[in-house]
Design a protein around this ligand. Structure first.
Ligand SMILES: [Zn+2]
Length: 307
């Protein structure tokens, strides 16, 4: 059985940073957003977190050999479609009641082989996967050979919506300029609600602990210890030596996808990104607050825009 620590929630919530910090603990390995491995990595050969194109990275070559006898033996489109074609209704039914397995036995077997090979290539480590999407989390929760634990990472909806509105160039597509996906106010707010709600529902299938991005950055040591303890994970006494209260020493990694900061290594400053407080237009802020109010309240965020 392969242990997977899944970071769930809405995109743009700081999951890449959390993924990398936990991935540096003894006994863990960070892979970024593994759901993107089929298209971004296998089809488009984007850069691994180590800086090599995915197909040239020795870590991932080993994983492909162990799992499938080489990446050529898997059809990336089949794997991608298996998750992308799941409707949220189907996922909801699967999470709250009984349902048939969400993917075919063949696809399930491939997923199990992939995760087992990553873990063994990393010396038996627990895999930290920041794929986030609840559909993907649901598929993982259905696999008998995977032991799933979930950190539900929540960030203020107004910060998330602001982040989706920004223009950011991807650093992992050399030779061409690729912008990170952007999204409008209402769409981003609606996605925030759906993804957080479904991540909570994942608690029907696996242990889930909730962690707020803003409080994580206020006291990273303590919040991480609490979250891992809540999931029954032991944190070695000296395991967090690389993490200070305001900076983290990041080592090179083999993440397949995520925020551009996945390519960074060395000392990275830890600071809450609250540019939205100054940059998000008052009209947008009112829309987001109104659309997400019950959830903001539930997660302990102030509704008043002056806060
Ligand atoms: Zn690599």
């Amino acid at each position: 059985v392969t242990k997977v620590l899944f970071i769930g929630g809405a995109g743009r919530s700081g999951s890449t940073l959390l993924d990398r910090v936990i991935g540096q603990l003894p006994g863990y390995v960070s892979v970024g957003e593994l759901r993107s491995i089929w298209i971004a990595a296998l089809r488009e050969n984007r850069l691994c977190g180590c800086g090599e194109p995915f197909m040239s990275c020795p870590f991932w070559r080993q994983v492909g050999d162990d799992a499938f006898g080489g990446w050529g033996a898997v059809d990336p489109d089949e794997m991608e479609t298996a998750v992308a074609s799941l409707s949220y209704l189907r996922v909801w039914r699967g999470l709250v009641g009984r349902s048939d397995p969400p993917v075919s036995p063949r696809v399930a077997d491939r997923f199990e082989r992939l995760y087992a090979a990553i873990s063994s290539t990393a010396g038996g480590a627990t895999i930290v996967d920041s794929s986030k999407g609840p559909r993907y989390g649901y598929v993982l929760s259905s696999l008998p050979e995977i032991s799933l634990r979930v950190i539900h990472l929540v960030r203020d909806s107004r910060g998330v919506v602001y982040s989706w509105s920004k223009e950011i160039t991807r650093p992992d597509t050399p030779g061409r300029s690729v912008q990170m996906l952007r999204m409008g106010t209402v769409e981003a707010a609606a996605r925030w609600v759906v993804q957080n709600t479904f991540t909570e529902l994942l608690g029907q299938r696996a242990p889930v602990t909730r962690l707020r991005y803003e409080t994580l950055l206020e006291d990273p040591h303590r919040r991480l210890q609490e979250a891992l303890a809540d999931l029954g994970e032991e944190l070695p006494e000296d395991g967090l030596g690389f993490l200070e209260s305001d900076a983290v020493q990041l080592r090179p990694n083999h993440t397949v996808m995520g925020n551009p900061m996945r390519m960074a290594s060395g000392s990275v400053v830890l600071r809450t990104d609250d540019a939205w407080r100054r940059q998000l237009k008052p009209s947008q802020r009112r829309i987001v607050t109104a659309l997400t109010a019950p959830w903001l309240w539930r997660y302990g965020y102030p509704l008043r825009s002056a806060d």
